[in-house]
Ligand binder design. Structure first.
Ligand code: G3H
Ligand code: 13P
Ligand code: ZN
Length: 324
C-alpha cells in the first residue's frame, strides 16, 4: 500500500460509514451540500453547527478546478475547526461528487477526501461494476468510503439519457452491491439535476415505489438521492422580480423527500437550491442598492440566505438535527 500525501483523518474529517448506519436506523438523511467558495462553506457549517447536524461537504470536478484543490482541502480542514469554534463540533465528510474516473478518485483520496463517488452510471452494467470495484479496492485500503450509482438521472447527465430518466432496475441492485463492495448506492427514481426537473403540467412525482422495492432487496443498505433540490418558488420569484429570467423552474416536493429520508435514503444531495438562494439575494442587493460595490455587501446577504435555506432543509426535510 503506497503512502498517501495526506489522510483525511489528519484533517479531522470522517468517512460516511458510521453516519450512514445511524441515519438508516434513525430514519433521517444527512445533508450533502455542494460548495465552491468560502461563503457557501461558511453557510453550510453555520447551519450544521446551529442544528447540530452531521454534514457531507461535496466537491464536484467543476468545483475542484474552480476553487483549486489545495485551497479546498484547507477550507475543509478549516470547516472542522470552524464548527467547533461555533460551539458545536459536527462530523464532517469531504466527498467527491460525480467522480468520473479511477484517477480522479485516487487523486482526491490522496489529497484528503474521506469519501468519493464513482459515477459509472452511464456505462454498460459490467463496465460500471468493474470501474466501481476498482475504486472500492483502492479506497478501502485507506478507509475511504465509496458511493456508486445505478440508473441515470436526467439533467447534467443528459448527454447520454436525453431528457428522460433511466430508472434504477431493482433487480440489479443486489448483484451490483455484492460485486462492487460499495458503501452506498445512488439511485434514479425521477429526481434530476438542476432547476428544471419537471415540465409545466407534468406530475412532479418521484418513484417511491421503486425505492421501496430496492429497499426490500437490500434491507438497511444506505441509499443516496441526487438531484434533490426543491426549487423554492419564492426564490425563483425573487430572482425574476429583480431582473432574472428563470421560466418554469420546478423541483422535487419537500414532502416526498421527507418520506424518502425516513426510509433507507441516508444522503440527500442539494446544490441548485443553494444557487437559487444566493442568486436571489445578490440580485436583490444589486437591484435595490445599485451604489454597493463591496462584495461583502452582496455576498454577506447571499450567505445569510443560504444558511437559512440549509437550516430549513435540516429541520423540515432531512431530520438530521441533533444527530451530530
Ligand atoms: O450534480 C452536480 C452538482 O450540482 C455539481 O454541479 O458540476 O456544476 O459543480 P457542478
Ligand atoms: P440538484 O441540482 O437538484 O441540487 O442536485 C445536486 C446533486 O445531485 C449534486 O450531486
Ligand atoms: Zn448529483
Amino acid at each position: 500500500m503506497e503512502k498517501i500525501s495526506v489522510s483525511y483523518k489528519e484533517l479531522g474529517l470522517v468517512n460516511s460509514r458510521e453516519l450512514f448506519a445511524k441515519a438508516v436506523k434513525g430514519g433521517y438523511a444527512i445533508p450533502a451540500y455542494n460548495f465552491n467558495n468560502l461563503e457557501q462553506l461558511q453557510a453550510i457549517i453555520m447551519a450544521c453547527a446551529e442544528t447540530a447536524s452531521p454534514v457531507i461537504l461535496q466537491v464536484s470536478k467543476g468545483a475542484r478546478s474552480y476553487a483549486n484543490e489545495t485551497l479546498l482541502k484547507h477550507l475543509a480542514r478549516g470547516a472542522v475547526e470552524f464548527a467547533a469554534e461555533l460551539g458545536t463540533p459536527v462530523p464532517v465528510v469531504l466527498h467527491l461528487d460525480h467522480g468520473d474516473t479511477f484517477e480522479l478518485c485516487k487523486e482526491c483520496i490522496e489529497s484528503g477526501f474521506s469519501s468519493v463517488m464513482i459515477d459509472g452510471s452511464h456505462l454498460p452494467y459490467e463496465e460500471n461494476v468493474a470501474l466501481t470495484r476498482k475504486v472500492v479496492e483502492y479506497a478501502h485500503q485507506y478507509d475511504v468510503t465509496v458511493e456508486g450509482e445505478l440508473g441515470v438521472l436526467a439533467g447534467i447527465e443528459d448527454e447520454v439519457s436525453a431528457a428522460h430518466h433511466t430508472y434504477t432496475q431493482p433487480e440489479e441492485v443486489e448483484d451490483f452491491v455484492a460485486k462492487t463492495g460499495v458503501d452506498s448506492l445512488a439511485i434514479s427514481i425521477g429526481t434530476s439535476h438542476g432547476a428544471f426537473k419537471f415540465k409545466p403540467g407534468e406530475d412532479p412525482k418521484i418513484r417511491l415505489d421503486i425505492l421501496a422495492e430496492i429497499e426490500q432487496r437490500i434491507p438497511g443498505f444506505p441509499i443516496v438521492l441526487h438531484g434533490a433540490s426543491s426549487v423554492p418558488q419564492e426564490l425563483v420569484q425573487t430572482i425574476n422580480e429583480h431582473g432574472g429570467k428563470l421560466k418554469d423552474a420546478i423541483g422535487i416536493s419537500e414532502d416526498q423527500l421527507r418520506l424518502a429520508a425516513k426510509s433507507a435514503v441516508c444522503k440527500i444531495n442539494i446544490d441548485s437550491d443553494g444557487r437559487l438562494a444566493m442568486t436571489a439575494a445578490v440580485r436583490k442587493v444589486f437591484d435595490e442598492k445599485p451604489e454597493e460595490f463591496d462584495p461583502r455587501k452582496y455576498l454577506g446577504p447571499a450567505r445569510d440566505s443560504l444558511k437559512k435555506l440549509y437550516v430549513h432543509k435540516i429541520l423540515n426535510v432531512l431530520g438530521s438535527n441533533g444527530k451530530a
